[in-house]
Design a protein around this ligand. Sequence first.
Ligand SMILES: Cc1cc2nc3c(=O)[nH]c(=O)nc-3n(C[C@H](O)[C@H](O)[C@H](O)COP(=O)(O)OP(=O)(O)OC[C@H]3O[C@@H](n4cnc5c(N)ncnc54)[C@H](O)[C@@H]3O)c2cc1C
Length: 402
Amino acid sequence: MGGLAGATAARTLRTEGYAGAVTLLAAEARTPYIRPPLSKEFLLGKADEASVEVVPADWYHENDVELLLGTPATRLDPGGHTVALADGRRLPYSKLLIATGARPRRIPLPGADLDGVMTFRTFEDSLQLRAGLAGGGRKVVMVGSGWIGMELAAAACTYGNEVTLLGLEDIPLSAAIGPELGTFFRQLHEDQGVSFRLPASAASIEGRSGRATAVLTDSGETLPADVVIIAVGVAPDTALAETAGLALRNGILVDAGLNTSAPDVLAAGDAANAFHPFTGGHQRSEHWANALNGGKVAAKTMMGQDAVLDAVPYFYTDQFTVGMEYSGYPSLAAGMEPVIRGSMEDGSFIAFWLSQERVVAGMSVNQRRVQKPIKALISQRVAVDVRRLTDPDVSLEELLPG
Ligand SMILES: Cc1cc2nc3c(=O)[nH]c(=O)nc-3n(C[C@H](O)[C@H](O)[C@H](O)COP(=O)(O)OP(=O)(O)OC[C@H]3O[C@@H](n4cnc5c(N)ncnc54)[C@H](O)[C@@H]3O)c2cc1C
């Protein structure tokens, strides 16, 4: 069941030659889609609806995959190998994949139910926000300065709206990529006219006639607002796994083959906290590539293949003129000072995080075709000379063995 991970698993079952029955349950009434464009090119009106589908809508019928839209699974019985659906049916299964994704976190804020206040996760959210932003001239307050908050702020600003961002950190994104790189993104936004209030949180949302008019901050400032977006992270959707008594810890606990604690039940994508052979620990990842790779691995495991989710984690973001890609293990890079190759001033560089002379993460900004060698440096645990690593005249490929 699910979206990107679920649909990718269905596709992989067919491309790997599985000829048995495949059913994909989707809580949403829309053909499974990819979410990254929703806060980027789709929100900006530069991509159409068809371009965000995981596979074209007619693929399911053509490949004999039963797609049940608007049909959430409500209860899982691992002992009986059945799953109950919201429409009252109960389906038997021989293998089941839970790929229920994540839900936006909500904060108990007075006024959060006013019109004009929203969280952001779905295609419909993107359509709604696009309508609210297009044309510009609105006052937009973003509560949350993580990746989604920053992307939405960039899009809102690009449409010509006045944007203010509140965040709990002193520097946006610093928990993820450290203060130096967080400052780079802050500066990028400020140069385009985005205002920050950091650290600050929303205390309440004020309104008139049922519509939001302002956000009151915890320092007592009143920020006028036509649109308020709460972007304070997501929580893994483990509701179904809970009904089945599966082992949970920051998501659904799975091994490297994506097996849960129940026989024949797997989990992938944002909902799963998977064991990574590279780090020797569990890691839940809320990124597109993890759902894509996880869907493939889950399908292969279901078919009895010896599959392991061991791809180097990867994600990307686009904000204003910056295209950023990151490969690596944030848990291994946490708290470490990155070394820089290239020029942050010119906005074209790679930041590397090293542990014991080995690259554990690499973030490229406005650089093309560097992620492949970065992933190879990480996965092959290549010992590197920092001077050569940070010298743009030495190609990254030269640092790889053989
Ligand atoms: C706006 C936005 C921008 C993003 N940008 C980036 C980016 O730039 N780069 C990046 O790497 N990642 C990005 N991500 C993250 C990425 O989209 C997610 O990691 C990815 O979608 C996770 O895929 P998934 O299949 O696990 O979950 P989802 O895509 O969330 O799909 C899960 C689906 O399961 C359905 N579901 C839930 N419960 C049930 C049930 N009981 N029965 C049936 N169906 C159910 C849900 O309705 C949902 O449709 C972004 C996410 C968002 C929201």
